[in-house]
Ligand binder design. Structure first.
Ligand SMILES: NCc1[nH]cc(CCC(=O)O)c1CC(=O)O
Length: 342
């Protein structure tokens, strides 16, 4: 029976249909998950269905004007609900913290490097010997469309300028080369590493090096499935990474409590500093980078419930330091999101 935990995997059809966006990175990530599943379930097959989403299609509306909800996920979720797919592989950072009724985050797999990176235009870096954000002269232009990245960079490096910059990773690297205005761009390490493009990285950014915190869930893959689909849930448990899962529960709980989306400047950093000891650092920054609040704590975490409470506690700490004022100002200035494309 579908709800018999012990036999779910042994019974019924042995095909699990995998949905993903069809960008090169998303397809590579789906391949990674399928390889992991195939290794533990050799008798199963995992056909991959790629799909273009609103986030891929709309390259003009500022990302934070979408309201942050489901930009990359909604159309795939429709197919999951309609039983046309069994799982969706997402970059966890693109997944809203609250999922539609009937769907859930079935597992989080082993995390890649969660940090942001600086990629400098090669000819400038070579000519001037620049290696990091701190080396750049006033007025240097950084390409990024992420309010989280812009806000934190503006706070730490008030003399930098920013230019809207989007597209898939390959497109962004090409634009960096071709656009004479750009000095550098910011990209997630994970995407570059998964695409074997990490030779482009000039500097890995973190609180202790560059002063920049990464996005909630960055570098992790989240796999979404139907809540009642025991066979799939059993399969996903086999490829879950507990450290990544607990750390990202804390990060997502913090973001949920602050009612953020990928649209608000919340940065985090989680690290297992000793076995079972999770350090959580977090920052909320105003869009112009003029105000910011920061938090840091270490707790013993061994369950999702504890990780969830840890994130909520950090959110409360940030609120007590003024995070709500920053978030309210951002929400007040946000135009209504456009209707999603069909
Ligand atoms: N917003 C797009 C996106 N979603 C996930 C990644 C990178 C891979 C990851 O974080 O797992 C990227 C590109 C980037 O921010 O550089």
């Amino acid at each position: 029976m579908a709800d018999d935990k012990s036999s779910g995997l042994a019974q019924g059809p042995t095909t699990i249909r995998v949905g993903t966006r069809n960008s090169p990175l998303a397809l590579a990530q789906a391949d990674l998950v399928v390889a992991a599943l195939q290794a533990v379930l050799p008798a199963y097959s995992f056909p991959i269905h790629g799909m273009t989403t609103t986030g891929d299609r709309d390259q003009t509306t500022a990302l934070y004007n979408f309201g942050g909800k489901g930009l990359w996920t909604t159309q795939l979720e429709d197919k999951l609900e309609a039983n046309e797919l069994d799982i969706i592989v997402h970059s966890l950072k693109d997944m809203p913290t609250t999922l539609p009724d009937g769907l859930l985050l079935g597992c989080v797999t082993k995390r890649e490097d969660p940090r942001d990176t600086l990629v400098l235009k090669k000819e400038l870096a070579d000519k001037h010997g620049w290696k990091s954000l701190a080396d750049l002269p006033a007025g240097s232009v950084i390409g990024t469309s992420s309010v989280r990245r812009i806000a934190q960079l503006a706070r730490r490096y008030p003399n930098l300028k920013f230019k809207d910059h989007r597209g898939n990773i390959q497109t962004r690297l090409r634009k960096l080369d071709e656009d004479p205005e750009l000095t550098g761009i910011i990209l997630a390490a994970a995407g570059l590493q998964r695409m074997k493009l990490d030779a482009h990285i000039s500097q890995f950014l973190e609180l202790d090096n560059g002063g920049i915190l990464h996005a909630v869930g960055q570098g992790a893959l989240g796999i979404e499935c139907r809540a009642g689909d025991q066979k799939v849930l059993d399969a996903l448990k086999l490829i879950e990474d507990k450290d990544a899962a607990l750390a990202t529960v804390a990060e997502r709980s913090l973001m949920r409590a602050l009612e953020g989306g990928c649209s608000v400047p919340i940065g985090v950093e989680t690290k297992w500093v000793a076995p079972g000891q999770l350090r959580l650092r977090a920052t909320v920054v105003s869009v112009q980078g003029t105000e910011g609040v920061d938090g840091e704590a270490v707790e013993a975490i061994s369950s999702a419930e504890e990780a969830d409470r840890f994130g909520e506690k950090m959110a409360a700490d940030l609120v007590s330091k003024g995070a709500n004022k920053i978030l309210d100002d951002i929400n007040k200035n946000k135009p209504a999101p456009p209707a999603p494309a069909k």
